[in-house]
Write a protein that binds this ligand. Structure first.
Ligand code: CDP
Ligand code: MG
Length: 135
């Protein structure tokens, strides 16, 4: 079933110059880029995106990181896109990410882990509405 999902190329990967390589990974998988935006977010927007994490012990440094510089937000679509992108990204902790995944290649720590992806169709719909209203 064709799905849309939401991804972020996080500020670590943008500042390291890995945007092109990471976007190429989605396209190589046959996923289609439906929307793409370079932007810098503020604390309030980070809280809305990561509302499930606000208050966790790692949240303050995570918010500082996510607001530290430009990131790339995107919507990609394709067959079973939500699950396929999560597999392509690999585990949150790059030390546990499978070889060949984006995080295995580009992440440097659990926080600075290069990419975000929606974890369900419900969160994808909510995240697309937050980042790309009307899409
Ligand atoms: O991004 P993912 O869905 O794989 O992981 P999450 O558990 O939803 O956590 C969201 C983000 O918070 C992660 O991608 C990390 O950047 C960050 N995080 C962290 O800095 N320290 C942790 N112990 C857990 C997550
Ligand atoms: Mg998550």
């Amino acid at each position: 079933m064709t799905q849309r999902t939401f991804i972020i190329i996080k500020p670590d990967a943008v500042s390291a110059g890995n945007v092109g390589d990471i976007l190429a990974r989605y396209e190589r998988e046959g996923l289609v880029i439906e929307a793409l935006s370079l932007r810098t977010i503020d604390d309030d927007f980070a809280d809305r995106h990561y509302h499930e994490h606000v208050g966790r012990e790692y949240y303050a440094p995570l918010r500082d990181f996510m607001t530290s510089g430009p990131l790339v937000a995107a919507v990609v679509s394709g067959d079973d896109a939500v699950a396929r992108v999560r597999v392509l990204h690999g585990a949150t902790d790059p030390a546990k990410a499978a070889p060949g995944t984006i995080r295995a290649q580009f992440a440097t720590s659990t926080r600075h882990n290069a990419v975000h992806a929606s974890d369900s169709q419900g969160s994808a719909d909510a995240e697309i509405a937050l980042w790309f209203p009307g899409l």
